[in-house]
Design a protein. Structure first.
Length: 304
């Protein structure tokens, strides 16, 4: 898959600067990001709206009528500029919900360049308030992939600064922790990464920051203070350009005496846990172990 993506030039077509300029000049309406039939076959998915934006509630059918382990707020990736991709994100979200035996809220948050981080967090704080009106924080976790993983961590910073209660945990999948992608090793890894163009990422991050310093914790949450955060678990791969900054974040946390769940796949690409294959199955097994759930046998496993 990585070879095919490199040969196709995939990483150069996602959000080049001219596309960002077009979106800024011609603002997009909130994307419906409606779940496809393949996701609805395995989960009950209900749409509500907040401030004119879709918010989806997911209840996996595989959980049946038994007790649920809790709830998850899931934030999709897309470099802050692209909407949820229905045929990529929805099957993964439903599988994640079934794996961790949780219901899930999936908000369709404001995107850059039409919006900045200043628009995103008031919206997400209202979403979290709405979740807490029905559930205790100790039954709620945050999760997200790529920019969504970064946003999940940044939301924890926002909660701490607002003196609001934290969730029980945060699961960060290939998180974009520093919009500058500033680690000295990043340029070498960029040559290996089949999915992400480092310069296009930096420009998308600049638009998302909206003139704020790029080390602002809500923009680059990996650079923010580590106190007052919930337990963190990170998945990353050595062939993603974000990996050097993710490793640096782990080292800083360790130096401050903070342990975290850590799963790094050698030669793993960006968001490898969302792609088909044996590594993905191993990632879901690891997630169950990390959150105190028994690993499901291969014979009884339901694949997406």
């Amino acid at each position: 898959m990585q070879w095919i993506m490199k040969r196709s030039g995939f990483r150069n077509h996602l959000f080049p600067p001219d596309k960002l300029d077009h979106w800024a000049a011609h603002p997009r309406a909130p994307h419906a990001s409606a779940p496809p039939a393949v996701a609805r076959r395995k989960a009950y998915i209900i749409r509500t709206d907040l401030d004119g934006r879709p918010v989806y509630e997911v209840v996996p059918k595989r959980m049946g009528d038994g007790p649920r382990r809790g709830h998850m707020l899931y934030l999709h990736g897309g470099a802050y500029v692209r909407p949820l991709v229905p045929f990529v994100h929805w099957p993964f979200i439903v599988r994640l919900a079934s794996t961790l035996e949780r219901t899930v809220t999936v908000p369709i948050y404001p995107l850059a360049p039409e919006h900045t981080y200043r628009d995103v967090f008031p919206f997400l704080l209202r979403i979290y308030d709405r979740i807490l009106a029905r559930r205790s924080a100790d039954t709620v976790m945050f999760a997200g992939d790529s920019a969504g993983g970064s946003m999940a961590l940044a939301l924890c910073h926002a909660l701490r600064d607002a003196e609001m209660v934290q969730p029980s945990a945060a699961l960060l999948l290939s998180p974009w922790l520093d919009v500058r992608i500033s680690h000295p090793d990043a340029q070498a890894v960029a040559r290996l990464d089949p999915a992400l163009n480092i310069e296009h990422l930096r420009e998308a991050g600049r638009r998302y920051a909206g003139g704020a310093p790029p080390d602002t914790p809500l923009v680059s949450p990996g650079l923010g203070p580590l106190t007052g955060l919930p337990p963190l678990t990170i998945f990353t791969g050595t062939h993603e350009v974000l990996n050097p900054d993710i490793r640096a974040f782990r080292r800083r946390a360790a130096a401050e005496g903070i342990d975290m769940g850590w799963h790094e796949l050698d030669r793993g690409m960006h968001c490898w846990m969302m792609t088909p294959g044996v590594h993905t199955r191993a990632a879901f097994d690891a997630m169950r172990r990390d959150y105190g759930l028994p690993v499901v046998s291969r014979e009884s496993r339901e694949e997406p």
